[in-house]
Design a protein around this ligand. Structure first.
Ligand code: C2E
Ligand code: MG
Ligand code: MG
Ligand code: MG
Length: 287
């Protein structure tokens, strides 16, 4: 009996392995053609300043729509691309596309996601700088988003890369802050401009005291280190109010806009959302 069930467990396991390997291969195969087939696009989500409630920049988010499956989430295909060299090809496309669009958006900046593997490539600084120069964009209009994983594996080298980027004028954001394994003590060694508080903490804000307390401590930490704090995944008016009172420097989420195509995003540049500074009593923004 045991032997029998043991065997069936092994069989099931193998079948599902086969299936996931097949699935990955299909995604990889599809992705390697995606650029040539014109299946990629960027969606832009506005980033709103917490004090003036004005749109000051946009995060560029990769979209892939296939004829066979329709839209496929980057949460699914980016990790697969990251495990092959495809991430570099995709990353090149994202960077050039975002920079091209930015030329038409005076006064705004674009925030671009880079995976750990992209960030760790040889001469990342030269790579980004060359493309930014070619596009005729000033580096201070480009924010580089990286995750904790990208910098903590080889902290010394990452610190040097970030330092150089910042020297050249790029802004640096630490994405999904709070979900990785950063040591708070080490954060200060990296040349950063802002911390992006992961959506999971924002979600919990109205529900549990713990999330609100974590958000508040990240804002305090940011202030102590001279960093801005961007709240991701803001969906409700209540979250907006709570985050402004807590002193978050920037807000981003469906409450303001979903990620939208470039033409639609352009109409949101410099848009002021109702509820400017006057709505808040007191001087919560005094540091
Ligand atoms: P991320 O960089 O943390 O991006 C934020 C994600 O939250 C985006 O998901 C965005 O659409 C979503 N989001 C924003 N506001 C809200 C909200 O109010 N509610 C909810 N439910 N979601 C919200 P998306 O576009 O599916 O991207 C997922 C992840 O894929 C990104 O997370 C990023 O890690 C990765 N990614 C996306 N584009 C690129 C890219 O061009 N390069 C790289 N390397 N990674 C990318
Ligand atoms: Mg991001
Ligand atoms: Mg994030
Ligand atoms: Mg994320």
């Amino acid at each position: 009996d045991a032997k029998k069930s043991g065997r069936s467990v092994v069989r099931l396991y193998n079948d599902s392995m086969d299936e996931s390997v097949r699935f990955r291969r299909r995604i990889e195969g599809g992705l390697s053609q995606a650029i040539a087939q014109g299946e990629l696009s960027l969606a832009y989500q506005p980033i709103v300043a917490g004090d003036a409630m004005e749109v000051v920049g946009f995060e560029a988010l990769l979209r892939w729509r296939t004829e066979e499956f329709g839209p496929i989430s980057p949460a699914l295909f980016i990790p697969i691309a990251e495990e092959s060299n495809l991430i570099h090809e995709l990353g090149d496309w994202v960077l050039d596309e975002a920079l091209t669009v930015l030329v038409d958006w005076p006064g705004q900046y674009v925030s671009i996601n880079f995976s750990p593997r992209q960030f760790r490539r040889q001469n990342f600084v030269g790579y980004v700088m060359e493309r930014v120069q070619r596009a005729g964009i000033s580096p201070n209009r480009v924010q580089i988003e990286i995750t904790e994983t990208a910098i903590f594996d080889n902290a010394e080298r990452a610190a040097e890369t970030l330092y150089k980027l910042r020297q050249m004028g790029f802004r640096i954001a630490l994405d999904d802050f709070g979900t990785g394994y950063s040591s708070l003590y080490n954060i200060r060694k990296f040349a950063l401009d802002c911390l992006k508080i992961d959506k999971s903490f924002i979600d919990g804000m109205g529900r549990e005291r713990e999330s609100a307390a974590i958000v508040q401590s990240i804002v305090h930490l940011g202030k102590a280190l001279g960093l801005g704090v961007v709240a991701e995944g803001v969906e409700t008016e209540a979250q907006v109010q709570a985050l402004r009172v807590a002193g978050a420097s920037h807000l981003q989420g469906y409450y303001f806009s979903r990620p939208v195509p470039a033409e639609e995003a352009k109409a949101l540049a410099n848009e002021r959302f109702i509820g400017g500074e006057d709505d808040l009593d007191g001087d919560e923004f005094a540091v």
